[in-house]
Design a protein around this ligand. Structure first.
Ligand code: GFB
Length: 311
C-alpha cells in the first residue's frame, strides 16, 4: 500500500530540532506543503492548544520529531522530563491526529526502547522481551507507549499510524552542550577544543568499550519520507546505518577528522550505558531503503556545521 504526499499538508512536529530540520530539508524536495510550529507558537505539552491548532490546520500527514532528547547523562538525571513531557507531546499529537482525520502519521521511537541485553543485531521482535537499560528507561517507556498508542489506533480505528526506531543519530543541528549532548557531538566539541588548546589528551566518559551505531540525520529523514510513502504496518521498523563502532574507535575517528593528535583518558565515574545496540535493518532494507552517508563523511559534515554555527 503506498501513500502519496503530493499536494498534501505535512506537519513536521519539532522542526526546530536536529531531526525536524533534516525532515524539512528532505520534504522541501517533495511537492507538498510543510507545516511548522515553533515552541512559542504552540506548546506541544498543552493538550487544548494542540487540539485547537490541529483542528485549525488539519494536516494530511504528521511526522512526530518533537521530543525531549539527550545523551546518557541528561537521560539519567532528568527522568521526569524524559518520561512525562514525551508522553504528553506524543499523546496530544496522536490523539488529535485521529480526531482531525490525519491520513498518515509517523511516530519516531528510538533504539533504546529494546531490552538492554537484546540479541545483536536487534530485531524488531525483541521489543518488550527483557529489562531496559536503567540510564534511559524513562525515555524508553515513553517511546514504547508511543509505539503502542499508534498500534492501538491501527487496531481500534484502522488508522494508518506507523512507527520507526532510529539508531543513535547525529548531524547538523545537533546539541553540542557537553552536559546534555550525545557522545558524537560531545567528541567533536572535545576534539576541537583540545586541538585549539594543544591539549595532550581528551577525556571520554565510561570505559570507551560500549558499541554504538550512528546514523546521519539526513539519512533518517530520507527513511522517514520513504516509510511515509511505502510502509503501512503494525511493526515499528528499525532504521540504522548497518554497522557499529566502539566509543574508543569513534573517538579516534572524530579526532582524525578534526585534526586532534593527542590521546584519550577515561572517566570511570560516568556510566557506559547499554553495552551494544546495533539494529537489524533487514525489514526496511527489504522494502528498498538503505543508509547512504558513511560515518567519516557524516562526521566531517557535522564538524563543518559545528564550526560555523556552534563553536
Ligand atoms: O550518546 P550517549 O550519551 O548515549 O553515550 P547512549 C554513548 C556512550 O558514549 C556511553 C560514552 O557509553 C557514554 O558513556 N561517552 C564517552 C560519552 N564520552 C562521552 C561524552 O563526552 N558524552 C556523552 N554523552 N557520552 C542514549 C540514550 O544512550 O542514546 C537516549 O540515553 C537515546 O535515550 C540515545 O536513546 C539514542 O547511546 O548510551
Amino acid at each position: 500500500m503506498s501513500f502519496s504526499i503530493t499536494g498534501k499538508r505535512v506537519w513536521v512536529a519539532g522542526h526546530t530540532g536536529m531531526v525536524g530540520g533534516a525532515l524539512v530539508r528532505r520534504l522541501a524536495t517533495e511537492n507538498c506543503e510543510i507545516l511548522k510550529t515553533t515552541r512559542a507558537e504552540l506548546d506541544l505539552t498543552r493538550q487544548a492548544d494542540v487540539e485547537a491548532w490541529m483542528a485549525a490546520h488539519k494536516p494530511h500527514a504528521v511526522i512526530i520529531a518533537a521530543a525531549v532528547v539527550g545523551g546518557i547523562h541528561a537521560n539519567d538525571t532528568r527522568p521526569v522530563e524524559f518520561l512525562n513531557a514525551n508522553l504528553q507531546i506524543q499523546s496530544n499529537i496522536i490523539v488529535n491526529a485521529h480526531k482531525v482525520g490525519v491520513e498518515k502519521l509517523l511516530f519516531l521511537g528510538s533504539s533504546c526502547i529494546y531490552p538492554r541485553l537484546a540479541p545483536q543485531p536487534i530485531n524488531e521482535d525483541a521489543l518488550l522481551t527483557g529489562p531496559l537499560e536503567p540510564t534511559n528507561q524513562w525515555y524508553a517507556i515513553a517511546k514504547i507507549a508511543g509505539v503502542k498508542l499508534c498500534q492501538a489506533y491501527r487496531r481500534e480505528y484502522q488508522k494508518d499510524f506507523i512507527s520507526a526506531m532510529p539508531t543513535n543519530l547525529y548531524g547538523p543541528g545537533d546539541n553540542f552542550d557537553l552536559a546534555s549532548s550525545h557522545v558524537l557531538p560531545a567528541l567533536i566539541v572535545k576534539a576541537h577544543r583540545a586541538k585549539q588548546s594543544n591539549a595532550a589528551s581528551l577525556e571520554l566518559w565510561g570505559s570507551g568499550k560500549p558499541m554504538r551505531e550512528f546514523l546521519y540525520v539526513d539519512d533518517l529523514a530520507d527513511a522517514c519520507v520513504f516509510l511515509l510513502k511505502n510502509y503501512s504496518g503494525d511493526v515499528p521498523l528499525n532504521v540504522g546505518y548497518g554497522s557499529d563502532v566502539t566509543i574508543r574507535d569513534l573517538a579516534a575517528l572524530v579526532a582524525e577528522v578534526v585534526g586532534f593528535k593527542g590521546g584519550f583518558t577515561f572517566d570511570a565515574s560516568k556510566p557506559d550505558g547499554t553495552p551494544r545496540k546495533l539494529l537489524d535493518c533487514g525489514r526496511i532494507n527489504a522494502l528498498g531503503w538503505t543508509a547512504n552517508v558513511n560515518l567519516r563523511d557524516g562526521i566531517a559534515k557535522t564538524y563543518e556545521w559545528y564550526k560555523i554555527h556552534a563553536a
